[in-house]
Ligand binder design. Structure first.
Ligand SMILES: [Zn+2]
Length: 468
């Protein structure tokens, strides 16, 4: 068929082919110009030219291409036949250049807001969010996080997106044809052990901070030793604290603290040691012998303002003016203050009882019972037979029954005998299982030795004087 074309047309094809070849030769040189990139404008020009040529060409080329015969015109025919479509031509002449941008997430930002501002098509935004459909991480982006994304400058397509969640974690979306794949990455910080000690002259927090122990660590220390030491009442000038804990580093920079490995507190001449250990039930703190630092009961089941009446087996009753023992302790607190279960157990009574008003009694097993009286009302689920956990809200402070003001009347009974809730020796929480203890004891010995080796001479001296 080619042979049938008029010579004039064949010449024109040859001319266009030559022009195309020129474009192919000239453009790569442009890549090495000052900017090192081909600008969008340049690419558009190429498209325009090629479209023009193709348009002309289509007029000239027969509709049905017939296999070419192996003749002298082969070269010409081949050139004609292989003229690429405009898009493919552009791809060939200018390999895609990629542009990467980093945007900090601001308050009120969303994925689509950030990406559409950067000129990403709604289609690509949809595709990326589809890859995150299950996890919804992109929906939960927070101010201060960073989004990095890369676009193909030629096609405008989004090719890569990373949401940096924090210094350790990120989520990445990578384009594969028309879909995005999602992957998560986490960096592991380097963990070092650090030792600090402090002498308490005003308070745990004041002197702890002075010694360079961060506040969250001090709160944790107060929780670890809080079962044995009342930090508001029991602290004495000259008490001492030492702590071995983890510090996390990333690229040589401290990024935070890890766990408290072990700690020691000298309070009013007594020494307490706590070591962190992981058992099947989770991580907890134990004495070097493997007893739980936690007690089976919290000392005070309510946040109170003052003790309005002490435990007194021979008291004169304030209303009846007769000698009637006060077999509990009264904690004055605002009406409605939540009351906590002192320990794990089962509600054996929740209802009205004459002088007690609304009252809850909890059986804790092993002969332990606690009683909470004058309640305004009960928390949802507090009824006879219900299982409760230590610290769980069970009721609210009130002044029902024989009470002169809002307070919690709290009783602590062991095998039916009333004990003073403020001073009763509280049993330790369940001991460590035997198989854990086998692993724990040699570990604890090692940690205690590490602590001892870290003590300053002053601290070591103080400790030695206590042991004598
Ligand atoms: Zn009372």
């Amino acid at each position: 068929m080619i042979k049938l074309l008029p010579t004039k047309h064949l010449l024109l094809i040859a001319a266009i082919s030559a022009l195309l070849a020129l474009v192919l030769i000239v453009l790569p040189e442009e890549e090495t110009n000052d900017s090192g990139q081909i600008s969008f404008e340049a690419n558009f020009e190429v498209i325009d030219q090629s479209q023009l040529m193709l348009h002309d060409l289509q007029k000239l080329t027969p509709k049905n291409n017939i296999p070419f015969s192996n003749n002298s015109e082969q070269q010409l025919s081949d050139t004609n036949y292989e003229i690429p479509a405009p898009q493919a031509l552009v791809k060939k002449v200018s390999p895609p250049t990629f542009k990467t941008q980093a945007v900090e997430v601001k308050s009120g930002d969303s994925l689509s807001k950030i990406l559409s501002k950067a000129g990403i098509s709604a289609q690509d935004i949809y595709k990326v969010s589809q890859a995150d459909k299950k996890q919804k991480t992109l929906l939960q982006m927070r101010p201060g996080q960073e989004i990095n994304f890369t676009t193909n400058e030629v096609s405008g397509e989004l090719t890569h997106l990373t949401l940096v969640l924090n210094r350790l974690d990120s989520v990445t979306f990578e384009r594969n044809d028309d879909k995005f794949s999602r992957s998560e990455a986490s960096r592991t910080p380097e963990v070092n052990q650090t030792y600090k000690e402090a002498e308490i002259n005003s308070s745990l927090f004041v002197d702890g901070l002075k010694a360079g122990i961060d506040q969250p660590l001090l709160i944790e220390l107060a929780n670890i030793f809080g079962w044995d030491i009342d930090f508001a009442l029991d602290i004495r000038k000259g008490d001492s604290l030492s702590v071995l804990y983890e510090e996390k580093f990333l690229d040589g920079e401290k990024i935070g603290n890890g766990n408290i490995i072990a700690a020691q507190f000298i309070n009013n001449g007594r020494t307490y040691q706590a070591i962190r250990f992981q058992t099947e039930k989770g991580a907890s703190y134990y004495t070097p012998d493997g007893l739980a630092m936690r007690k089976a009961f919290i000392r005070t089941p309510v946040d109170f303002t003052r003790i309005s009446s002490k435990f007194n087996p021979n008291r004169l009753h304030p209303i009846f003016k007769t000698s009637r023992p006060h077999r509990g302790v009264d904690y004055a607190a605002a009406s409605g203050t939540p009351v906590k279960a002192a320990g794990d157990g089962k509600v054996s009574f929740a209802g009205k009882q004459n002088g007690y008003g609304n009252v809850v009694i909890i059986d804790h097993g092993k002969g332990y019972q606690t009683l909470y009286a004058h309640l305004k009302g009960f928390a949802r689920g507090t009824k006879r037979g219900a299982r409760v956990k230590q610290g769980q809200f069970i009721a609210y402070v009130g002044q029902t029954g024989w009470a002169t003001g809002p307070h919690l009347h709290y009783e602590f009974r062991i095998n039916g005998t009333h004990k003073n809730p403020v001073t009763v020796k509280l049993p330790n929480d369940d001991p460590m299982p035997k198989k854990d203890l086998q692993k724990y004891l040699p570990y604890a010995k090692q940690v205690v030795a590490t602590l001892a080796n870290s003590h300053s001479p002053t601290f070591a001296q103080k400790l030695a004087s206590l042991k004598d």
